[in-house]
Ligand binder design. Structure first.
Ligand code: IPM
Ligand code: MG
Length: 365
């Protein structure tokens, strides 16, 4: 097949891991006879430096016209001044919103080799296989923000959290449909004992589940309790659906179940479809730009490679190709070709490039 894939390497370790993602894509193209037109574009801090904007119009246009987008990470101390009015993160939030990518899927499972890399006791980790469905274009991330001077010389800052019925309905549907292909269970996470948005979330999600998904087992959980149960009994979870900020926080926590933040991919899907009728998605590792290790060649490219697998499966409909990439990542893990974040104690870690080349070589067969 012919497909156009826009890459947004971004900042920090983003370019290093995306380079390995592209290497995996090229290996897939060669092995399976596809033609991927890979077009890099600017997003985040590098885009601010080059154009003044964290999300240049050209990047957005390229992404809109693509079949899928592969993102690295954005941000870093260079652009982090508290008084800055343009910030790299506006690029990532802006592209999610502009492309209508309201559903962020973050699967978490643990490869047996990584059980020792995870901080939890091994017996807690057996059977962990969950999917967090994070609402991505609403909530406090996109509410009104303002800062006011107070007469006493202090300041007042406001971040508004907003959700509408429709926003809740569509994300709950994504989660419930996913549960039907998995173990048939959804936990909806909110803070309904405090927040009005959560009370609406609870009512709407209950109705959607009862009316449309009576076959899916459904329960509500408060976010603080969920944070605790994720550590106490992670294997009990199948699909978790939650609002934007709770999903951000819980997925960093859940990443620790997988041994490292460097292992977790994500897919963001929405309403945009390609001319072939497939969902245009944005795929990215859930880790950040990790400026402290940028440029050292030690970042783990596996989350990006696994994001490439999601891209192939969900936006291009290439299931065998996706499975080949995943198998290549597991093979590199089995062979102990891993970066420092997941290396066994005392074992020599491999560089980003060595891991990426091992993955590509395995894809090539
Ligand atoms: C994530 C990140 C982003 C978010 C940041 C970079 C804005 O933490 O994708 O989880 O909070 O959504
Ligand atoms: Mg995050």
């Amino acid at each position: 097949m012919d497909a156009t894939i826009v890459t947004l390497p971004g900042d920090g370790i983003g370019p290093e891991v995306v380079a390995e993602g592209v290497r995996a894509l090229e290996a897939v193209a060669a092995r399976f006879g596809h033609r991927f037109d890979i077009r890099p574009a600017l997003l985040g801090g590098c885009a601010i430096d080059a154009t003044g904007s964290p999300l240049p119009d050209e990047t957005l246009q390229l992404a809109r016209d693509a079949d899928a987008v592969l993102l690295g990470a954005v941000g870093g101390p260079r652009w982090d001044r508290p008084d800055a009015t343009v910030r790299p993160e506006q690029g990532i939030l802006g592209i999610r919103k502009a492309l209508g990518l309201f559903a962020n899927l973050r699967p978490v499972s643990i490869h047996p080799r990584l059980i020792d890399a995870a901080p939890l006791r091994p017996e807690r980790l057996i059977g962990v296989d969950l999917l967090v469905v994070r609402e991505l274009t609403g909530g406090i991330y996109f509410g009104e923000r303002r800062r006011e001077q107070l007469p006493d010389g202090g300041e007042r800052a406001v971040d508004e959290c907003v959700y509408t019925t429709d926003e809740i309905v569509r994300i709950v549907r994504v989660a419930a449909a996913a549960a039907r292909t998995r173990r048939g269970r959804v936990v909806s996470v909110d803070k309904a004992n405090v927040l009005e948005t959560s009370r609406l979330w609870r009512r709407v999600s209950s109705r959607v589940m009862a009316d449309e998904f009576p076959d899916v087992r459904f329960e509500h959980m408060l976010v603080d309790s969920c944070a605790m149960h994720l550590l106490r009994r992670p294997a009990d979870f199948d699909v978790i659906v939650t609002e934007n900020m709770f999903g951000d926080i819980l997925t960093d926590e859940a990443a620790m179940l997988a041994g490292s933040l460097g292992m977790l991919p994500s897919a963001s899907l929405g309403t945009l479809h390609s001319s072939a009728g497939r969902p245009v998605g944005l795929y990215e590792p859930i880790h950040g730009s990790a400026p402290d290790i940028a440029g050292q060649g030690i970042a783990n490219p596996m989350a990006t490679a696994l994001s490439v697998a999601l891209l192939l499966r969900m936006s291009l409909g290439l299931a065998a190709e996706a499975a080949a990439v995943e198998a290549a990542v597991w093979a590199a893990l089995d062979a102990g070709i891993v970066t420092a974040d997941v290396a066994a104690p005392g074992a020599a870690p491999a560089t980003t490039g060595v891991v990426g080349r091992a993955i590509a070589a395995h894809i090539a067969g």
